[in-house]
Each structure stands twice: as structure tokens, then as C-alpha cells.
Design a binder for this molecule. Structure first.
Ligand code: DAH
Length: 360
């Protein structure tokens, strides 16, 4: 007959020593499991004489109850210790700064910001916004804009063409926003006063060219608008956009098939290795082409050049964004690098308005 007292001493010590739930469970199984030491004692009761049983029964059952209780108590102790450890390791430091609200996270891309800014400026001058598709026909992108078939000006556009369709004609990614001039004149009656911001595509890539870029086209058609109005609009736009009282602009004679006369406009800037700075230095950056809409274009769009006339321009949005915000290279605009966007991007709820400030 094993010594109950000694077994109790051993088991009590084992319970106290169990350092975690798993160790405690092992002790329980060793004592109270099917083949445990206490279970073995209980099994001996059946073979005892009634007298022996009367004496041993309460002793063995008492042992079982006390060890069970000790295990339960130890289990509670271990659970409390685990909770305490978790509480002390997961404390919240209330002196830490509060996290930004979700609406403060994320940034508006400079191109989206600049499109919002220029829309606000031109809307204030009475321009509506028109749109057209990125995938265009050769007819709208070139022919109706007075590019004769086989004319070298077509080659200058480094056009991305699609494979020919069932009709044998090749669609293309529009090389400029000017086809939307055509769409607008075909669908609206003069007086017309629209701007057309959008994506444009040419096979070209360096510091100031990317295969996808952005332009904002302007179109004014009525009975008497002339180059003087165009010049005023562009100057007022530049002053408002660059948020200065004076902008140095240079108008140079140029050629576009869809305008006559045609001009190109540069803006004064300074180019350092890592920066383009607007309004100082003696470099120039070309930002737009413009002119009086060619009579052939008016005719191609169903308008009579003897009764209506007007002007148009096409401006590089990426270029004016670079100039205004001092970004030296155009390529990172489209690399989707969040670090760049965090640095150059705009806060989501700061919507540009003329009254509230464009880029404040
Ligand atoms: N479409 C021309 C280009 O991408 C820019 C341009 C020049 C647009 C003169 C015009 C314009 O509307 O009148 O090079």
C-alpha cells in the first residue's frame, strides 16, 4: 500500500512547481488520469475488505479532492499571472500624439491638384469643361485638324497606333487634346468657350517628356474673338495660376496645321541640376501652343469661317506643375512611389478655389 501522505506531498509539490498550463495538465494526468497514481489507488478499493475500505476510502477520496482543488487553484493562479503579464506588456501610452484621421491620410497627386486649380481659374473666366476619349480616330486626331494625309507634321507626333480594325482603319492614342476641339465644334453651336483637360500620349521619354502626359486645350469660337483676347486670357491665367502679379512670358511665331497664325509661349525659369525655378533666371520653358483656329478646321467641323472665328491653345499640364511646384523631373510623376507622393502631394480636403487660395 503506497504511502498516501508521501504521495500527497509529492503531488502538492508538483502542482506548485508547474510553471504553465501545459505542465499543470501533465501533473493532473499523472495523478487523476486513467493511469494516474490516484486513479490507481481508487482502483484498489474494490479488492479491500469492508473494514479496510471504510478506513482507506475516505483517505484516498480525500487525497483526490485536495489534489483536484490544488490543481484548480494553481490553474487560476497561472491564468491571473498570464493576464497580468499581458496587461503590463500591452499598456497604452496616452502621451503619444494622436494618429491622423483617415481623411488626412493619402495625398492628391500634383496633376489632379493642378487640373483642379486651372479648372477653378478658367471657370472663373466663364469656360466650361469638355471631354473626349483617349482612344481616337485618325480623322479627329489629324485629318479634321487640317493635317493633310502624309504631311510631316503627323510624324512629329510619335503616335501610338492600334492594329487596324475590321474597316482597315487604325485607331490611335490621342497625341493631343485638340481632337476634342473637333468634337466640341461638331456638337455645340457658337459661342463656344471650353477648356479640355486630359491625358495625351506620345512615344517619347526624357526629363521633360513621358509617354503619357497631360494637356489642357482651350477653345473660343464666336464672331469676333481675336489674338489680343487670347493673349490676355493666357497672361491672366498664368498670373492666377502661379499666384504672382507679374509673369514673364514670351510669344514666338510657330506652326500648327490647325491654327493660322500660330504661336508658342514660353515662360521664364531657371534650371539648376535638381530644380526648375519659376520667375527667375534666363532660361525659358515652353508651356503651350496656340493660335487662331484655321478656316479649314472650322469648315471641317461644319462652321462657316466667314461668320465665326476664334482661337485655341494647348498647354502642357505637367510642365506648368513642374514649374509651379519646383519638380525637376517629370518621370517620377507616373512612378506611383508613395514617398514622392507624400512629399509633393496635396492634402485631400484642401480643394483649390480662387477665393480660398489655390495651393494654400
Ligand atoms: N495640339 C498642339 C500640340 O499638342 C498644341 C496646340 C497648339 C493646341 C496650338 C492648340 C493650338 O489648340 O491652337 O502640340
Amino acid at each position: 500500500m503506497p504511502d498516501i501522505t508521501q504521495l500527497e506531498t509529492e503531488l502538492t509539490a508538483a502542482v506548485a512547481k508547474a510553471g504553465d498550463e501545459a505542465a499543470l495538465e501533465a501533473v493532473r494526468v499523472a495523478a487523476l488520469g486513467k493511469n494516474g497514481s490516484i486513479s490507481a489507488l481508487l482502483k484498489t478499493l474494490g479488492a479491500m475488505t469492508p473494514d479496510e475500505r471504510k478506513q482507506q476510502g475516505p483517505a484516498i477520496n480525500g487525497l483526490k479532492d485536495r489534489i483536484s482543488a490544488a490543481i484548480a487553484a494553481r490553474r487560476d493562479e497561472l491564468a491571473a499571472a498570464a493576464l497580468n503579464a499581458r496587461l503590463s506588456s500591452e499598456t497604452v501610452d496616452v502621451t503619444l500624439p494622436a494618429r491622423d484621421a483617415p481623411a488626412e491620410l493619402g495625398r492628391i497627386h500634383p496633376i489632379s491638384q493642378v487640373i483642379d486649380e486651372l479648372t477653378a481659374i478658367f471657370a472663373d473666366m466663364g469656360f466650361a469643361v469638355a471631354e473626349g476619349p483617349d482612344i481616337e480616330t485618325d480623322d479627329y486626331n489629324f485629318t479634321k485638324l487640317n493635317f493633310p494625309e502624309g504631311h510631316p507634321a503627323r510624324d512629329m507626333h510619335d503616335t501610338f497606333y492600334f492594329p487596324p480594325g475590321p474597316d482597315g482603319k487604325r485607331k490611335l492614342l490621342r497625341t493631343h487634346t485638340s481632337p476634342v476641339q473637333v468634337r466640341t465644334m461638331l456638337s455645340q453651336k457658337p459661342p463656344i468657350r471650353v477648356i479640355i483637360p486630359g491625358r495625351t500620349y506620345r512615344s517619347d521619354s526624357d526629363q521633360t517628356h513621358t509617354p503619357m502626359f497631360h494637356q489642357v486645350e482651350g477653345l473660343v469660337i464666336d464672331k469676333s474673338s481675336h489674338l489680343g483676347h487670347l493673349k490676355w486670357i493666357l497672361e491672366e491665367f498664368c498670373k492666377a495660376f502661379f499666384e504672382v502679379n507679374h509673369v514673364k512670358m514670351r510669344f514666338r511665331p510657330s506652326f500648327f496645321p490647325f491654327t493660322e497664325p500660330s504661336l508658342e509661349v514660353d515662360i521664364q525659369c531657371k534650371r539648376d541640376k535638381n530644380e526648375v525655378r519659376f520667375g527667375e533666371g534666363d532660361d525659358w520653358m515652353e508651356i503651350l501652343g496656340c493660335g487662331m483656329v484655321h478656316p479649314n478646321v472650322l469648315r471641317n467641323c461644319g462652321l462657316d469661317p466667314d461668320t465665326v472665328q476664334g482661337f485655341a491653345w494647348g498647354m502642357g499640364i505637367d510642365r506648368i506643375a513642374m514649374l509651379k511646384y519646383g519638380m525637376p523631373d517629370l518621370r517620377p510623376f507616373f512612378e506611383a512611389d508613395v514617398r514622392w507622393l507624400n512629399h509633393y502631394g496635396f492634402r485631400p480636403l484642401d480643394f483649390p478655389t480662387l477665393a480660398g487660395g489655390l495651393s494654400a
